[in-house]
Design a protein. Sequence first.
Length: 468
Amino acid sequence: MAIDRRNSGSNSMWGGRFGDGPGDIMREINASIPFDKRLWQEDIAGSKAHADMLASVGIISNEDNAEIQRGLTAVHAEYQLNGVPEDLSLEDIHMVTETRLRELVGEPAARLHTARSRNDQVATDFRLWVRGAIARVDAGIREFQSALVERAGEHADNIMPGFTHLQVAQPVTLGHHLMAYYEMAKRDRSRFADCAARLNQSPLGAAALAGTSFPIDRNATASALGFDAPIANSLDAVSDRDFALEFLTCAAQTALHLSRLAEEMILWASQPYGFITLPDAWSTGSSIMPQKRNPDAAELVRGHAGRIMGCMTSLMVTMKGLPLAYSKDMQNDKPPVFEAYDLLALSIAAMTGMVSNVTFNGARMREVAASGFSTATDLADWLVREYGLPFREAHHVTGSVVKACEARGTGLDAITAEDLAAINPALAGNKLPDLSVDGSVASRTSAGGTSPVRVKEAVAAAKKELES
């Protein structure tokens, strides 16, 4: 049990400088244990590595290190079983753990903080936590990609409308549409990987800001904790939060992509669209309208994106005016990162579930794809190829054809060579191209195009990427 210092005169971690302890409000505003207890595993790992290093260079004895290691293992087991106790008088996870360690092993625990400050300690813990969070996010995005690829393969031939300005533009395949989100997720993973590579340097050993006079081995602690190297400058080591900002930037970009797909699903599930039916597991009802089937999961993913972007802005504003090296403002660095991670992980899982289980209404998608003269560009392209017309002239002729079809109430696939010749006699004689949505989609064989052939190739390539 942690020692109760609520009524003590001074705070032991501040030493003899203060005669009186903090007031109640100061104690509450100063304490970070309610949220930084989340770093307990990283804090213990960092302390173990630090103690081993101190012993290896002769700063503490091997016997003291053995006791410290035994005690930290016991604290780890306690936290894992019962959680981390919140003692506001001890401020943070570092002092809560060190205090409990001293209760368990006595004097050796007091030697653990040699050549270390809470400034480099928290910077190390936080980097370790973000590094682990990136690995978990990456695994989640990979599952999301797998769901997209699986459904894209199922619907490589199924036709849907492609939109610009939310107006029917050209027919595409549903598989092609889903693979667009695969590409977005691929970029998201690459950004997180870049973030992980840049953050993987160790602040430990920078101490408060200036380094230490003890003969420590920073390379040893960096290696023990899986870092590539120590951070080169001690001031930068304790004051840098670029890694947290970059994590939030990556999270915001990923959330943006998820929100775009969520928005499409919300539209597609509405009666005017009727493109999809979300399963019961991803829908809710209404308290007053029994017929309602609301896409609340998708709406919440869309809403989470705004909160994640807010987290990014919050930390940027916190950091923008801070001089070197450490300021207490930086205690506020962790809540936005923790919140963004939680929201992003939940959003990824929700979108993966929706993509995996949504039912697509292929007939309705095809019906809308065929509306709005969506194959008009195919006719213009054909006029360029067959008659050598400049594209702008072909565009004008096709517009006249569309106008004539509107007047007759027919689609483009109903026009004849005679109709075309009536608009422009110079265009008589050639058999018209296939202006159906199937013909249009099949013709889009350029690299990255919507042709089922290209979609199937993209799906196969994506499966290989995911396997590797």
